[in-house]
Write a protein that binds this ligand. Structure first.
Ligand SMILES: C[S@@+](CC[C@H](N)C(=O)[O-])C[C@H]1O[C@@H](n2cnc3c(N)ncnc32)[C@H](O)[C@@H]1O
Length: 290
């Protein structure tokens, strides 16, 4: 092929904007505005139809039968009612895997990926570990830690629906994580742990009105809100750790930065460190029990 021929292919190459389904979404998605429309539309097409950018650019034909068409328009209705795209496509990428999600579990968040990445860096060289993830939800933390640390990993959650989803995701690691349907208030393990990790519910129910409407309307409230005391789970987990964390063990928490000083006080007798997320907010708390 000569240079001129190559050049003519290049200049006549279509771009994403000429993809018909993408355009249909751009015209019909009305729940979002600005660039969010493009981002949501692309995310939907990637995840729902397993399309890549090149597929879209090259206008890859989908099998547009009546079933696909119906499901597309049903999804469009859901998008326009604010249902999170992850619950529509039943998937969320977390760290290095795609996790199955539905409205039984919190959609894994990027800051939780950051937490996991810190834990992997800090624990990579430690020998033989028992790790417990409290409030495991989709199992994203537990499964990722199993994949990257040579450890026995356990995940507990009060919600039976969440444990079912965590067990669905467990196939990513040949069902090697042990998920247990149990509340932290009742859990009496047969083993002690070297690492305890938790991203517990940490939005005080009085702050419900500050939460975005599609989170409030669709994500499970038992995963988001704490009603009695904003530090309730941190206190419970501290008490649990005094009994079930091995000496020289570490606790890793995701926190609400609003309660930094109260948390500092709660853990004041222990060695603890607040870590900022990529936006500069104190979002993680690491505690060592020596
Ligand atoms: C903020 S979500 C975190 C989910 C998951 N670890 C993640 O990071 O995506 C908190 C989780 O704690 C669970 N939970 C709430 N109360 C609990 C309790 N008393 N004992 C155990 N888990 C609980 C919820 O069901 C929810 O799955």
């Amino acid at each position: 092929m000569n240079f001129l021929c190559l050049f003519s292919i290049f200049i006549s190459m279509p771009d994403i904007e000429s993809n018909s389904i993408y355009n249909e979404l751009l015209n019909k998605v009305n729940y979002y505005s600005g660039n969010d429309i493009k981002n949501i539309s692309l995310k939907y097409l990637y995840q729902k139809f397993n399309l890549t950018n090149s597929d879209l650019i090259l206008n890859k034909k989908l099998e547009w039968n009546s079933k696909v068409k119906r499901s597309f328009y049903d999804d469009l209705d859901k998008i326009n009612n604010g249902v999170p795209i992850q619950y529509i496509t039943n998937s969320q990428f977390f760290y290095d895997e795609n996790f199955y999600v539905d409205n039984n579990v919190l959609i894994p968040r990027p800051e939780t990926e950051e937490l996991v990445s810190h834990i992997i860096k800090r624990e990579r060289d430690n020998k033989k570990k028992n790790i417990l993830d409290i409030g495991t939800g989709s199992g994203c933390i537990a499964i990722t830690l199993y994949k990257h640390l040579n450890a026995h990993v356990f995940g507990i959650d009060l919600s039976k629906g969440a444990i079912k989803i965590a067990n669905t995701n467990n196939r990513l690691v040949d069902n090697k994580v042990r998920f247990i349907s149990e509340s932290i208030e009742e859990y009496t393990p047969e083993t002690k742990f070297d690492v305890i990790v938790s991203s517990p519910p940490y939005i005080y129910s009085e702050d419900k009105n500050k939460v975005e409407s599609n989170v409030l309307n669709y994500e499970p409230h038992e995963a988001l809100f704490v009603s009695k005391d904003p530090l309730y789970f941190y206190k419970k987990i501290l008490k649990f750790s005094r009994r079930y964390l091995n000496q020289n063990g570490n606790i890793y928490f995701e926190i609400n930065d609003k309660y930094e000083s109260e948390l500092e006080l709660l853990f004041s007798e222990l060695e603890c460190k607040f870590i900022k997320d990529i936006y500069g907010k104190k979002r993680f708390l690491f505690v060592s029990i020596t």
